[in-house]
Design a protein around this ligand. Structure first.
Ligand code: HEM
Length: 432
């Protein structure tokens, strides 16, 4: 990892192990003595919280899988059975379903934090890119998991999303002869394992839903490794200049992260015990029926902004490209941000565009939840919600591809403190 090791094995057994597999040394150097900037605030607690969320999803998921049946005929009933008959099955079920929402809440705050403090910029580009890959795998895992209860919304969400690939038929209408299906239809049927969402689809979705969290766990190890090479960024966005700028990770940040984790768990527990269906969709309490399309198909809240973007464009292929482009854009952030200053604390113009961006994401989320034909009544004029969704989508892309590079070049940043210690302790004390 980084820096020189300060680990000293305390007894014969740990000396023996250290000479063969220095795993305790690794844990000690990365989690105990690791020099961490002394000014990390609450927004730096979400990495730890996310690790906790991943653990909770894996543990509850493994036990749920012991009672779940991945067939179209039995899936819905097996979930109902888990809720009613399995010991504490209702608790496992609600922790897992609400856990996904809490996971996404934490990941969005973690990502906005990264954007605000310029944490994606050199030398942390790889750390950021690994984060974006984790996010994509999280989205895939959540989507696959949502299909498993085999309710109406599960079935129709699977149908809508897998059908997006059929738009590729516009690029290659026939793979092979003139009577063969196009590229998109071929991919879609390959995903389904048949000619519609059905038994094979559910089975493979279950298999992948079980696999991907372990892929995420592996990616998180790389993510934290890539964090430990340059070390943490911090709210000031300035580099650590010496030992006076840091404190050991333990006990300072173990205690701080632990405190905020408790607050997070209180909110989580509130959802699980008092409002377990608050983020769910009532249609998923009806078993999947391929013959009845629900009047309003919506994804879970954490995918709504992307859904709004997709629906705002009438041309299907372009909509799909915009959807994937919106996520792919995140990969380029380290280079799109041209400012020499990392933290937006010292960037008066960019800060404002950042908050408009946050509001834009919330607006898109709201628009994604509305019926496609919905209208706003503005002073006697009816405005279809399609228009704000288009403007919101435009702002999303403009923020990254135009505003970020241009403002970085023209803005005059405010003066930054000399060091982290000077900012925390005041110049005189820091000099001491
Ligand atoms: C399972 C999901 C994730 C886990 C477990 C995780 C874990 C962590 C941990 C433990 C830290 C250090 C503590 C902190 O700064 O909060 C961290 C930092 C960071 N993460 Fe993640 N992360 C995840 C997802 C993401 C995603 C999706 C992104 C961005 C797209 C991202 C970008 C970053 C960045 C840029 C930092 C460095 C922040 C700084 O030093 O200022 N992470 N992550």
């Amino acid at each position: 990892m980084s820096g020189n090791s300060t680990y000293e094995p305390k007894n014969g057994l740990s000396r023996w192990l250290d000479a063969r597999l220095p795993i305790m040394r690794l844990a000690h150097d990365t989690m105990s003595t690791f020099p961490t900037p002394r000014n990390l605030n609450v927004w730096y607690t979400f990495g730890g919280i996310l690790t906790f969320c991943l653990g909770v999803q894996i543990v509850t998921g493994i036990v749920l899988a012991m009672h779940y049946t991945p067939t179209a005929a039995a899936a819905f009933d097996s979930v109902e059975n888990i809720r009613r008959e399995v010991n504490y099955g209702w608790l496992l079920n609600f922790i897992h379903s609400n856990g996904a929402s809490m996971f996404f809440l934490a990941v969005y705050l973690h990502m906005f934090r990264g954007l605000y403090y310029g944490s994606s910029k050199a030398p942390r580009e790889v750390l950021w890119i690994l984060g974006v890959i984790i996010y994509v795998v999280m989205v895939a895992t959540a989507f696959l998991g949502y299909v498993l209860p085999w309710g109406q919304m599960s079935f129709w969400a699977a149908t809508v999303i897998t059908n997006l690939f059929t738009s590729l038929d516009q690029i290659i209408p026939h793979l092979g002869g003139a009577h063969d299906p196009g590229l998109g239809t071929t991919i879609t049927q390959w995903l389904w394992g048949g000619f519609a969402v059905g038994d094979p689809t559910l089975n493979r979705f279950f298999s992948l839903h079980y696999l991907l969290p372990f892929v995420i766990a592996g990616l998180v190890v790389l993510h934290i490794w890539a964090l430990h090479v340059p070390g943490n960024n911090n709210p000031l966005g300035i580099d650590v200049k010496g030992p006076q700028d840091t404190v050991p990770f333990h006990p300072y940040y173990t205690v701080k992260d632990g405190f905020y984790l408790c607050l997070f768990v209180i909110l989580f527990a509130f959802l699980v015990f008092f409002a377990p269906d608050f983020v769910g969709n009532p249609d998923n309490y009806t078993t999947a029926n391929p013959l009845v399309t629900p009047p309003h198909i919506v994804p879970e809240w954490y995918l709504l902004p992307f859904y709004a973007m997709l629906r705002s464009i009438p041309q299907k292929l372009v909509g799909v490209l915009v959807l994937f482009g919106a996520i792919a854009t995140l990969l380029f952030v380290p280079w799109l941000d041209t400012s020499r200053v990392r933290s937006m604390r010292f960037r008066p113009m960019m800060k404002q565009f950042f908050w408009i961006f946050v509001a834009d994401c919330i607006l898109l989320g709201y628009l994604g939840s509305q019926e496609p034909q919905a209208v706003w009544h503005l002073g006697g004029v009816d405005m279809p919600l399609l228009w704000p969704a288009r403007i919101g989508t435009l702002y999303y892309f403009a923020f990254f591809w135009v505003i970020m590079p241009v403002i970085g070049l023209i803005e005059t940043p405010r003066p930054r403190p000399d060091s982290i210690a000077a900012s925390v302790l005041g110049n005189a004390q820091a000099a001491e």
